[in-house]
Design a protein around this ligand. Structure first.
Ligand code: AQP
Length: 333
């Protein structure tokens, strides 16, 4: 069974996008020490994080993952900064990756905004750290939302260049696993922007901690258009907000988008939004309740992360030690 690795940043409360695009797909991939799920706090600080909030958000993210079905006894769940191998291998990869490769990364352009000179150097080399996260475990399967495809291609370019430059077959090829009808969930305020936990507008997203009233209000206010719903999803090509809401309902109910449309074709969004809110509340409220229960005992969440870090380090350290030998570093005694 190939080793699986995936990560999520503790940069805010996890959203419906994180859940449908990533977390829920991790649940059936749990396979003991062959599956690693990581709260990537080193990535989170590539943009400013309030230090008083970061530790709390990290624990909250771990609780969210457990509440969504990631069981620390059936996989390795840990916090990235607890395993040094990530940062060490990332430095080597900073020296393998080419600036031209990083210049092509669209996520850097989106996140840095207009004033690129003011972005952190960490944000620029973020994809090298992501490559290290995966290669430090010789993981070959990486479940992600489709926004991360470009970073995974870069991780493969880095692994291949390392192998080529040092004349070894050390880092394996990584396969992205991009799944589900809602592979990319879009903002509720702008159907051309992805739903993000750090979007300044809370109305743009559904948080996994939102209660029924908050969900209903956000869906009622979600941007739509004046046209009735069509019969086929192909007719929603030029209607990103409508397509997004249909995709979300399909994803939470497990129906195909065309099947969702068959029930609503010819109608406006009023009734559709009510059905969508109800489906979201039914799906998400048990997760929010479980998160509250877990966070009532923060010590237990921290203990689960500590055990995970111990197991993760036992896999990554020999791999990164070997990478350092390949590079020619004098072994530490
Ligand atoms: N809107 C989305 N639709 C589908 N998948 C998504 N993911 C994120 N947003 C969506 C997937 O969630 C996983 C973890 O993402 P991350 O937290 O590491 O970083 P991100 O992609 O930058 O997520 P956010 O929510 O947008 O965080 P911020 O606001 O901090 O940048 C990834 O697999 C991602 O594909």
């Amino acid at each position: 069974m190939p080793r699986v690795f995936s990560g999520i940043q503790p940069s805010g409360v996890p959203t419906l996008g994180n859940y449908l695009g990533a977390i829920r797909n991790w649940v059936p991939m749990q396979n003991g020490d062959e599956s690693l799920f990581c709260v990537v706090d080193l990535h989170a600080i590539t943009v400013w994080q309030d230090p008083r909030e970061l530790a709390r958000q990290t624990r909250e993210m771990a609780a969210a993952l457990i509440a969504c079905g990631i069981d620390p006894k059936r996989c390795i769940l840990f916090c990235q900064s607890h395993v040094r191998a990530h940062a060490e291998l990332a430095w080597i990869f900073n020296c393998v990756a080419r600036i031209g490769w990083l210049n092509r990364m669209t996520q850097f352009k989106d996140k840095a905004g207009k004033d690129r000179e003011a972005a952190s150097a960490g944000l620029y080399v973020y994809p090298n750290l992501m490559a290290a996260d995966i290669h430090a475990y010789h993981a070959t399967q990486v479940p992600v939302g489709d926004d991360q495809k470009q970073h995974l291609e870069l991780a493969n370019d880095i692994g291949e260049k390392f192998n080529h430059d040092y004349g070894v077959e050390f880092f394996p090829h990584i396969d992205p696993l991009i799944q589900g009808v809602a592979a990319r969930v879009m903002s509720l305020r702008d159907g051309t922007k992805k739903m993000s936990k750090s979007d300044p507008s809370d109305q743009s997203r559904i948080n996994l901690t939102d209660d029924a009233d908050a969900i209903a209000l956000k869906i009622r206010r979600a941007k739509t258009d004046a046209e009735p719903l069509p019969e086929m999803v192909t007719a929603l090509e030029a209607r990103p907000e409508a397509r997004n809401l249909v995709g979300i309902l399909a994803a939470v109910t497990g129906a195909a988008p065309d099947a969702v449309l068959r029930d609503h074709a010819g109608k406006g969004f009023g009734a559709f939004k009510e059905v969508l809110s109800e489906a979201l509340v039914a799906h998400l409220s048990p997760i929010a309740a479980e998160m509250r229960r877990l966070l009532a005992d923060p010590g237990a969440v921290d203990a689960a992360l500590a055990e995970g870090a111990h197991k993760a380090a036992a896999i990554a350290e020999p791999i990164v030690t070997r990478a350092k030998e390949i590079v020619g570093f004098l072994p530490a005694r």
